[in-house]
Design a protein around this ligand. Structure first.
Ligand code: KPL
Length: 308
């Protein structure tokens, strides 16, 4: 039986582990060991027990385990490289990695430096943790998998088929780069505004915030046009991005977005992986992005106030 490692025991890592465990050997790797008895609550509210191997990265390094077929990196975006470094000495250089991060920060950096294949995944599966031994699968959604340079379509298809068989529907795609940017675009508009104002996503539709939504979309649309990234469907350009953002706001109206949750829990946010790549591309193309820079600075100042 092949082995899959989930590096990062967050909600998506544990949901993947629960899904794959009946089909392959899985090990969930984090800074510390978790209870082996883990409970998954399905979207229908059914609780399912499963015994999962959980290891602390340090323990793993001491034990020299059998090399995995895939390493899924399921940490937050800014922690992915450090997590990979902590176990890299155990991995044959040809080991395929699967990056599950938000934004567009870890993906190009790890793709450039890792000698083996690097797949990227973007998912709309919804999950959250209820403690060290529980994960709730809050909502089902599709997952797309591919590599940034379209060099490994067969591997992406193999993994997508395995995940789909495991009840985690996935499709191999040749345009994962665009899909990651499209998700980033939506995240860059919604996450900073709701985090700074402490509101649920749906409140962005109100008069107090809708003007700010339009101002952020304007900058994001200009940057993505230069990058050759178009909105997924419907109208093009700024109108297309705005329509997409309003659609996601509508669909996730009751959500407390991830950046707001990070701020409330006084954790580092993913601003570096979401706003960072946009600001960097704007500078590269000589575009103004005062609104994005302003949001980034405001979030940075708040983070510094609780992290230092
Ligand atoms: O993905 C999200 C997040 O919370 O990070 C959005 C799209 C903003 C939905 O909440």
């Amino acid at each position: 039986m092949t082995t899959h490692w989930m590096l990062g025991p967050g909600a998506i890592g544990r949901l993947l582990a629960h899904s794959l465990a009946p089909f392959v050997e899985v090990a969930v790797i984090g800074r510390r060991e978790l209870p082996t008895r883990q409970v998954l609550t399905t979207p229908e509210g059914e609780a399912r027990d499963q015994y999962l191997t959980s290891l602390a990265a340090k323990q793993l390094v001491a034990n020299a385990p059998k090399p995995p077929a895939f390493v899924h990196i399921t940490t937050k975006a800014m922690a992915a490289e450090a997590a990979l470094s902590s176990i890299a000495s155990l991995l044959p250089p040809s080991t395929p990695l699967v990056l599950w991060q938000n934004g567009f920060y870890a993906q190009p950096r790890i793709t450039q430096t890792w000698p083996g294949p690097v797949l990227c995944a973007t998912t709309t599966q919804g999950a959250y943790l209820t403690g060290d031994d529980g994960v709730v699968h809050a909502g089902r959604g599709p997952t797309f998998i591919g590599d940034l340079d379209n060099q490994h379509p067969g591997l992406a298809e193999f993994l997508a088929a395995l995940l789909s068989e495991a009840g985690f529907p996935a499709t191999a795609v040749g345009d994962i780069r665009s899909r990651l940017w499209q998700k980033l675009a939506v995240n860059a508009v919604i996450n900073p505004l709701v985090a700074l104002h402490g509101v649920r996503n749906g409140e962005l539709r109100g008069d107090a915030y809708s003007g700010r939504v339009v101002a952020v979309v304007k900058e994001v649309a200009a940057i993505l046009a230069k990058e050759g990234v178009v909105p997924p469907s419907g109208s093009e350009g700024e109108a297309g991005w705005l329509a997409l953002v309003w659609q996601v706001v509508e669909n996730t109206a009751n959500n407390k977005a991830s950046m707001l949750q990070d701020m409330e829990a006084k954790r580092p946010t993913e601003r570096g992986a979401i706003l960072g790549p946009l600001i960097e591309r704007a500078e590269r193309h000589g575009l103004e992005c005062e609104v994005l820079k302003g949001l980034n600075a405001e979030i940075e100042a708040l983070e510094n106030s609780y992290l230092s």
